[in-house]
Write a protein that binds this ligand. Structure first.
Ligand code: TYD
Ligand code: MG
Length: 461
């Protein structure tokens, strides 16, 4: 007889357990903390059998010297950008979570992977969102037509797991985890418990058969995949698709990767025939840059192991209302406030009665301190109407005393700037001594110690 599954409601704050759901936890009084969890009943049988099963050694310790480390087997997806984000292709037996806003291009990229891998592997594509006809229409649009791609529309996770076991494909794609349903649970599909249990079932199935599995997860309003942390630690790699839906390009970012480095990004462009790779993102991000105007400065953040040039625009205007407005898109709001305070206190630029706006072009999100200097210069440039020449680039971390602190990968950043035709680079003085540029790099390095120095260097240009 099959084991009966029993569920309990457990408070995530205090761990209080109850057989029924409460809006307010009877244990600690917190609201909305009770979530459904599975408690499996022990197998029926004699007490002896139960004890034997519980005391059986489940895993045997092995000396570390005896563990072999052959290279993991990887499947190359046919897209250089995606392979880089994955750390060199999909690892056999791994579980990859692909997250992103609805409509960003997750299903599209899955089908495009199929078009390449379908030539050599048997792929099972399970969709709980679209009908077979819709998938076929999209596939024809993308030019995907391979006999080894099997499509199934199903939302019952147990049926999906059974199919994986019988079909034994080489790669499984689940689109999306929020539509999967484990019918033993009373909560609706997409709830944290459903998402977690369905992922667990899929993980057990794919790991036991050593089949890699790509799972699509939608991002909720707060920007987290439903059941965010629970899912992230179950899977081997978490990739997020980012980008403005209004714009054509998309950034794929690895936030966790057990088989490669995180922070790597891949840049894609959405066109009529699906997603195409952008091999030179800096060039794309700088296209259409205004010439000879104040309030714009180019920064060079590192995205993983790659330097990328990004344009930062600042606008400082008289405040129409009593209290000044500050707005920042693509850059941390608090960091912007800090930079405004440093500029006021250390350099005597007064922003208190002025509105200040920062915008990073291209929907890019910059969270690296090395972009501070470019943000500060964009603000000063707008305030004082000083033009940052179009061939000048700046990077460096700004400290609270107005000092410019050294950043890592200075040489890589300066080389990328030179490659894109910049002729002057304002960077931290402490980086200047150690910077070694490739021989044919033609760029003037201007080392600055303080933010005042940086503004003075601009005025000289
Ligand atoms: P989709 O992959 O369905 O998004 P997700 O699965 O993340 O929800 O992407 C749908 C969007 O992509 C939709 O707005 C149409 C656009 N698109 C193109 O512009 N070109 C194409 O070739 C395809 C297939 C989609
Ligand atoms: Mg989709």
């Amino acid at each position: 007889m099959a084991d009966k599954i029993k569920t309990m409601y457990v408070c995530s704050e205090c761990g209080h357990e109850s057989a029924k759901w409460f809006g307010k936890c009877p244990g600690c009084g917190e609201w909305n903390t009770m979530s459904e969890e599975i408690r499996e009943m022990p197998k029926r049988g004699s007490a002896k059998a139960v004890i034997e099963q519980r005391t059986r050694p489940s895993a045997v310790p092995v000396p570390i010297t005896e563990i072999t480390t052959e290279d993991e087997e990887r499947y190359y997806t046919g897209s250089k950008e995606l392979d880089r984000v994955l750390g060199g292709g999909i690892v056999k037996g791994s579980l990859v979570l692909l997250g992103g806003d609805p409509g960003i291009g997750k299903s599209t990229i899955l089908l495009q992977i199929c078009s390449h891998l379908g030539k050599i592997l048997k792929i099972l594509y399970i969709s709980g969102e679209e009908s077979k006809r819709q998938i076929k229409l999209r596939a024809s649009r993308l030019g995907v037509n391979c006999e080894n791609l099997f499509v199934m529309t199903e939302t019952d996770v147990e049926i999906v797991a059974n199919q994986i076991q019988t079909e034994k494909p080489d790669l499984v794609m689940i689109d999306s985890i929020q539509t999967m349903n484990f019918k033993e649970l009373s909560s609706s599909p997409g709830s944290v418990t459903q998402v977690r249990e369905c992922t667990n079932i899929l993980m057990r199935t794919s790991k036991s058969l050593d089949i890699p599995c790509v799972i699509v997860g939608h991002v909720n309003k707060d920007g987290a995949i439903a059941g965010p942390k629970v899912l992230e630690h179950i899977v081997d790699a978490v990739l997020y698709f980012e980008g403005d839906k209004q714009m054509s390009y998309r950034i794929l970012r690895a936030v966790k990767n057990r088989y490669g480095s995180t922070n790597e990004i891949g840049v894609f462009q959405m066109g009529d025939s699906g997603l195409s790779e952008v091999e030179n993102p800096s060039l794309m991000l700088l296209s259409g840059r205004p010439k000879n105007v104040s309030g714009t400065c180019v920064a060079c953040p590192m995205e993983g192991s790659r330097p990328i040039l990004a344009e930062i625009q600042g606008l400082v205007t008289n405040s129409g209302y009593g209290n000044a407005r500050r707005m920042s898109t693509g850059f941390d709001y608090n960091r912007m406030s800090m930079l405004l305070a440093v500029l006021e206190k250390r350099c005597g630029y007064y922003f208190s009665s002025l509105d200040a706006y920062i915008n990073v072009i291209g929907g890019l999100r910059l969270d690296e301190p090395a972009t501070d200097l470019a943000v500060a210069l964009a603000l000063v440039s707008s305030l004082k109407d000083i033009v940052v020449p179009e061939d000048v680039l700046a990077f460096g971390e700004v400290g609270l005393t107005g000092e410019i602190r050294a950043v890592n990968h200075a040489a890589l950043r300066a080389t990328e700037a030179a490659r894109l035709g910049f002729s002057k680079c304002i960077l931290p003085y402490h980086n200047v001594k150690s910077i070694v540029l490739p021989e044919d790099t033609n760029i003037e390095i201007i080392g600055v110690r303080t933010i005042r120095d940086a503004v003075a260097a601009l005025a000289r240009q």
